[in-house]
Design a protein around this ligand. Structure first.
Ligand code: F6P
Length: 528
């Protein structure tokens, strides 16, 4: 085991690895050429694990570049870091915490941790089954933001593909009053259970929305309102101070990061709405990916490959963003979910050792296909510089609309092909034929092509496959954190805005101008 203190990382010559990548990028040939010169490209660049297949062959990565990326992963001591992660060592160094969300899926963690997880799981299953059976509650309002919201929202949508929602599930996240108003609109307080979800129980938005829902319940139910409120938290005292009785609190632990918490009691509303059996499948799917990530050698490891492709695109090819386009309506929240997962984890400019990190996490963005084709795909095809795309598609039709499904998938496959092949100017000129404006029009109608993408397909959108997919990206983030040498598990960057908002709010409420720059002072004056 490494003797390096937690706040330092062993010396790794990252510069040499990045230099090698740059050298290879300098001589990179087009993706189309790679298909011609590498006859085994499909075998070498397609990976499968359970219900998930990932095709990396349309990336601009030669066999030599792939080898260099794997050697970089090994050189950055990924094996050692991975072992530390699963052993429950303090990999979140700046907060002095282990990172063990995999233990929620039954992988890793000490015997005591597994006992706690099991006890909590049993408590949740019992509770969820009771609520589902006795039928008093017909609605759940899930109150939380960030990691306490995005995962449950994504998963609820995706479960719709294959599971029945037994209770209406609404979400209130934003501090904008519209969020809570929409969440309770048309619901009967007598039939509504509010679940306040906050790891810290210190989040302004969640506390305000929790209070608003409590007032809404109290207006109709008086003293009984308290029976309609639960809390999910890693800060039991905070939840009690907020007024939730101890017996109505479901715990999770500080070794579960907010953006990795959907597997914990944070998923309580999902367990009630869709049933513990569905949720158990979701956990199993993630567990299988954990085991794959933990046990497979780097060269055969899906999260490693996904991560290193991202490193290539960011650090060698210089792309500043990464698009994620699910061709699946029920995964439409996936890009928003990944935005937090990836950018809050690896959106860092300083290494674990306190030095400049260089280029780290790109901007993660996207929306569902085919909608995006009628919005931002113009930029993907012809904008500068474009962005690598992760396409995510589901092979099974869950909607009993085979014709729609075929069209959806045809669009997905066509887009990756079009991005790669483009349409050369000579071909455009041939199509345009003789005309006066050919010299100005042909370049505008040319598609440069050679734009990289990965296509991930799931055999079906089962809870198992969904767990598998999310865990794949979680581990990708970990691998990239190791390569960039940043701590993927803290989020100091969200603090400053929160502090200033608290100051400004109290100044606005007290009619105090405070001490601000001219622009902020003028904005505050607008409220007078
Ligand atoms: O603002 C960022 C953040 O701290 C996230 O990391 C977290 O998921 C979210 O706020 C909500 O935090 P909590 O679950 O503690 O309310």
């Amino acid at each position: 085991m490494s003797q390096t203190p937690h706040n330092q990382t062993p010396y790794v010559d990252r510069d040499a690895h990045f230099a090698k990548l740059e050298e290879l990028a300098g001589v990179a040939v087009s993706i189309e050429t790679l298909f011609k010169t590498e006859p085994n490209r499909i075998d070498n660049f397609v990976m499968r694990e359970g219900p998930l297949r990932a095709d990396f062959s349309k990336q601009q990565i030669s066999a030599a570049a792939r080898d260099a990326l794997l050697s970089m992963a090994a050189g950055c001591q990924l094996d050692e870091w991975r072992a530390k992660l699963f052993a429950g060592e303090t990999v979140n160094t700046s907060e002095d915490r282990a990172v063990l969300h995999m233990a929620l899926r039954g992988v890793g963690g000490t015997h005591d941790i597994q006992k706690d997880v099991e006890a909590m799981r049993k408590k949740i299953v019992k509770f969820a089954n009771r609520i589902r059976k006795d039928g008093v509650f017909k609605n759940i309002v899930h109150i939380g933001i960030g990691g306490s919201d995005l995962g449950p929202r994504l998963v609820a949508d995706a479960f719709e593909a294959s599971a029945e929602q037994a209770l209406t599930l609404r979400f209130a996240e934003n501090v904008d009053g519209a969020s809570v108003n929409d969440a309770v609109k048309g619901l009967d307080p007598k039939e509504t259970l509010a679940i306040v979800v906050s790891k810290s129980f210190g989040t302004q938005e969640t506390k305000m929305n929790g209070n608003a829902v409590r007032a809404w319940l109290t207006e109709a139910l008086g003293d009984k309102a308290g029976d309609h409120m639960l809390a999910v938290t890693a800060n039991r005292d905070g939840a009690q101070e907020f007024g939730i009785p101890a017996s109505q609190i479901f715990d999770f632990w500080d070794w579960v990061g907010g953006r990795y918490s959907v597997w914990s009691a944070v998923g309580l509303s999902l367990q009630i709405a869709y049933g513990p059996k569905v949720f158990a499948e979701f956990l199993k799917g993630a567990k299988r990916m954990d085991e794959h990530f933990r046990d497979q050698p780097l060269a055969e490891n899906l999260p490693v490959m996904l991560a290193m492709v991202g490193v290539w695109n960011r650090n060698a090819l210089g792309f500043t963003s990464q698009a994620v386009i699910p061709y699946a309506r029920r995964l439409r929240k996936f890009s928003a979910f990944l935005q937090q997962l990836e950018m809050e984890s690896n959106g860092k400019r300083i290494t674990r050792d306190g030095k400049e990190a260089g280029l780290t996490c790109p901007i993660i963005w996207g929306d569902e296909g085919t909608n995006g084709q009628h919005a931002f795909f113009q930029w993907l095809h012809q904008g500068t510089p474009g962005a690598p795309v992760d396409f995510v598609a589901v092979l099974k039709d869950h909607e009993d609309r085979a014709d729609h499904h075929r069209a959806l998938l045809a669009n997905c496959f066509a887009q990756s092909e079009a991005l790669m092949l483009g349409k050369p100017e000579w071909k455009v000129r041939e199509d345009l034929g003789e005309r006066d404006d050919v010299d100005t029009l042909a370049p505008q109608k040319t598609f440069p092509g050679n734009r990289p993408s990965t296509t991930i397909t799931l055999d079906e959108l089962s809870p198992f496959a969904l767990g598998h997919l999310i865990a794949l990206y979680e581990h990708k983030v970990f691998v990239q954190g190791v390569i960039w040498n940043v701590n993927s598990f803290d989020q100091w960057g969200v603090e400053l805005g929160k502090v200033l908002a608290t100051t400004i709010l109290s100044e606005i409420e007290n009619g105090d101008a405070g001490d601000h720059d001219a622009s902020t002072a003028a904005l505050m004056a607008l409220l007078k």
